[in-house]
Design a protein around this ligand. Structure first.
Ligand code: BGP
Length: 462
């Protein structure tokens, strides 16, 4: 009988800027996410008093976390992935002393999780960084930011060393190529050379954080976090297959550096061919040699790649410029649903790195309808998650080491790409609309009981 390992961690994943709100409370500084009113792909806007931003309150997790964690515990979560807002700890990013009120908040959060036996998994930087570091230093374009990040990482490792044993460095680090403001704090108009230099600084910072984590919390494990952007060739034409290999390497190269400790040859060739001369010091090379303990990734969709320029032009503008796969259905947002792709990706990453894997995001964003009886009949979400988890089980059967599964947004939260609340992922409905109206009351959806059963049976009910 196919089964999940007994130690498998089940739960959900959220990010500070998409749930907490309280954007100016207890000394928090302004983060890049606070100045992107239309989401992570949107422009940056200077904030004026009275500006409306859905993330200012988000789902008010900052104040309501005990109630939400109790609901997660009711579903049987053994793990919750959260992120720390860097700006709560170092409001401008370059201070020498941390903000005690911010540190104390996460102490309370982790204590609450411990009360319910839920293991925290903490992302150091989930799609945000202090705006002060962007304004005053140019974001990750500046080498100095490495030092500020290392200080922040060491501060939180030291403070939470007895409470947090699972860490991740940068959320979807490979998205820095597509949404530079989100990842590296650069404008869209930045050149490829500038973006890759900033990414290099971020990769060095990630490796230094891994080293610091190993020193400060020897019994902790720290991973990277990739957007699992698997792509297929649109046809079996060798040019399409080659193009697909290159496209997959565009995001895999981050994993290659973080797992193998150096830039792969194909990236060096790409830099040469494109006249990109990175500034890489000997100490950078030394730092990169510290590699991660496990690989984590998000998985929502797949797409296709073709060498046909005309088809490519048409595809420009969707999230990863992928050509649609004629064999797959799509979500309301055009994200193509591909459960089998998750098994392929798990096998691919395992074959490539032989490091344990953790699926830290997966889920279906949908427009839910609240019924008169106060619930949501989200059978579409149940079948999406069920089909994906069946494939995770297949991959485990294939021999892949999978540590756990935290689906994205177990409670409705603000969408990263659109800064809206109506794209819902949760098992728990939150009464708030895109304009900020609503009581913020929480209600259990049909999927709530479904997931509870999955966890209670360790996946046997799938
Ligand atoms: C991932 C991000 C998350 C999350 C998710 C869903 O890329 O790590 O922060 O939001 O995508 O995306 P969206 O919110 O745009 O539906």
């Amino acid at each position: 009988m196919k089964a999940f390992p007994k130690t498998f961690l089940w739960g959900g994943a959220i990010a500070a800027n998409q749930v907490e709100g309280a954007w100016q409370e207890d000394g928090k500084g302004v983060s890049t996410s606070d100045v992107q009113p239309h989401g992570v792909f949107g422009d940056v806007a200077e904030r004026k008093p009275g500006d409306f931003g859905i993330k200012d309150v988000a789902i008010d997790f900052y104040h309501r976390y005990p109630e939400d964690i109790a609901l997660f515990a009711e579903m049987g979560f053994s793990c919750l992935r959260v992120s720390i807002a860097w700006t709560r700890i170092f409001p401008q990013g370059d201070e020498t002393q941390p903000n005690e009120a911010g540190l104390a908040y996460y102490d309370r959060l982790f204590d609450e999780l411990a009360k319910h036996n839920i293991t925290p998994m903490v992302t150091l930087s989930h799609y945000e960084m202090p705006w002060g570091l962007v304004r005053n230093y140019g974001g990750w374009g500046s080498r100095e930011v490495i030092t500020f990040f290392e200080r922040y990482a060491r501060t939180v490792f030291t403070r939470y060393q007895n409470k947090v044993k699972l860490w991740l460095t940068f959320n979807e680090i490979n998205m820095s190529l597509h949404a530079p403001m989100t990842g590296v704090g650069l404008r869209e108009s930045s050149s490829k050379a500038e973006i890759y230099q900033a990414i290099h600084h971020q990769l060095v910072a990630s490796a230094l954080a891994v080293k610091a984590c190993h020193e400060i919390i020897p019994d902790a494990r720290i991973g990277n976090m990739l957007l699992g952007g698997l792509v297929y060739p649109l046809s079996c034409k060798p040019e399409d297959v080659l193009e697909t290999m290159q496209e997959n390497r565009n995001w895999l190269f981050f994993g290659d550096v973080q797992c193998r400790g150096e830039y792969p040859g194909y990236m060096l060739r790409y830099f040469r061919d494109n006249g990109i001369k990175l500034e890489i010091s000997d100490s950078d090379r030394e730092a990169l040699k510290t590699t991660i303990d496990f690989i984590s990734f998000s998985y929502y969709m797949t797409g296709c790649v073709t060498s046909d320029e005309e088809l490519n032009q048409k595809a420009r503008g969707n999230i990863l410029n992928m050509v649609p796969n004629p064999h797959l259905p799509s979500s309301e947002w055009g994200w193509q649903i591909d459960p089998v792709g998750l098994r392929i990706l798990l096998n691919k990453l395992w074959d490539r790195y032989q490091k344990p894997l953790f699926i830290v995001e997966n889920g279906l964003g949908a427009k839910d309808k609240l019924e008169a009886d106060g619930t949501v009949h989200d059978d579409y979400r149940i079948s999406y998650l069920n089909d994906h988890l069946v494939q995770v089980r297949e991959a485990i059967e294939d021999g892949v080491e999978v540590l756990g599964y935290t689906c994205w947004g177990p409670i409705d939260l603000v969408s990263a790409s659109k800064a809206e609340l109506s794209k819902r992922y949760g098992f728990i409905y939150v009464d708030r609309d895109d304009q900020g109206n609503g009581t913020l009351e929480r209600r259990r959806k049909k999927s709530f009981n479904w997931y509870k059963e999955v966890i209670a049976s360790n996946g046997e009910s799938l």
